[in-house]
Design a protein around this ligand. Structure first.
Ligand code: SF4
Length: 254
């Protein structure tokens, strides 16, 4: 059976096989999945920040400044969004709005706001379906994902940027998946990849080497193999259970 793997699917499988089963395979959950999905304040704030950055780079370079960014965030947020977006109180939503402003302020002050943009998401704020890229990646396997931004370097090669509003990651697998996607789809070499951590201001750049790509490929194929042969879908209890939409159905819920 054809399997499409994305960074988030891989993350779910590695965190908890039971959660992966609920999310992608359980036919009973599939019927009620939309009702089970909870909006979470941190995630919504993250989406608003991502959408603001995309719209910011769609404005003409001469209009890109801090005032423009604040206008865009206001327009994207359309607040207060309230409980239906996971904000429990108006005060909590204001705090998240202030956090978003802080991250975007850091960005405008410290990042290049006039890069040579090669590709940006095309979907309107809140929608990302059209931006999901998919490529074949072996027998019965596809790779998919959504790239936040691709810049063109002066030598014609590409740089991939991924914005992060949450905690820092300890591996580059997500970025290497984007390298596979971008090189296949845009038919250009990706010379640099970078997470931009908007909270801490860290943005470690990586120049992916052939060995990095080989290692990533082996890891992805190994995970695909594990998923295709998994039978038990055992739960793995961790602090991430607090964010699981399927806890009420989980055999480990006690
Ligand atoms: S509640 Fe925890 S253990 Fe159960 S499926 Fe969700 S993440 Fe896995």
């Amino acid at each position: 059976m054809l399997l499409t793997l994305s960074p988030s699917k891989i993350g779910t499988f590695l965190n908890c096989k039971k959660q992966y089963y609920f999310e992608y395979l359980d036919p009973e959950i599939a019927k009620i999945k939309k009702q089970l999905k909870k909006k979470r304040a941190e995630m919504e704030m993250g989406s608003f920040v991502h959408d603001s950055l995309t719209l910011f780079f769609k404005t003409p370079p001469e209009q890109r400044n801090w005032v423009k960014m604040t206008e865009i965030l206001k327009q994207v947020w359309q607040g207060p969004r309230g409980e239906s977006y996971g904000f429990e109180t108006l005060e909590q939503e204001r705090k998240f709005y202030a956090q978003a402003l802080e991250m975007l302020k850091w960005f405008v002050k410290n990042e290049n706001i006039n890069p040579d943009i090669f590709a940006l998401p095309v979907s309107p704020p809140g929608k990302s379906f059209d931006d999901y890229l998919v490529i074949p990646f072996g027998e019965d396997l596809e790779l998919g994902g959504k790239i936040d931004r691709v810049d063109k370097l002066t030598n014609g090669n590409l740089e991939i940027i991924d914005y992060k509003t949450g905690k820092e990651k300890d591996d580059n697998l997500q970025l290497l998946i984007y390298v596979f996607l971008a090189e296949k789809i845009f038919e250009k070499r990706v010379e640099k990849v970078r997470y931009i951590y908007l909270k801490s201001g860290n943005s470690p750049a990586v120049a992916p080497q052939i060995t990095d790509k080989q290692n990533a490929k082996e890891k992805i194929l190994d995970i695909a193999n594990q998923i295709q042969n998994e039978k038990e879908w055992a739960p793995h209890v961790s602090k991430l259970c607090d964010y699981c939409d399927y806890i009420a159905f989980c055999p480990a819920k006690k």
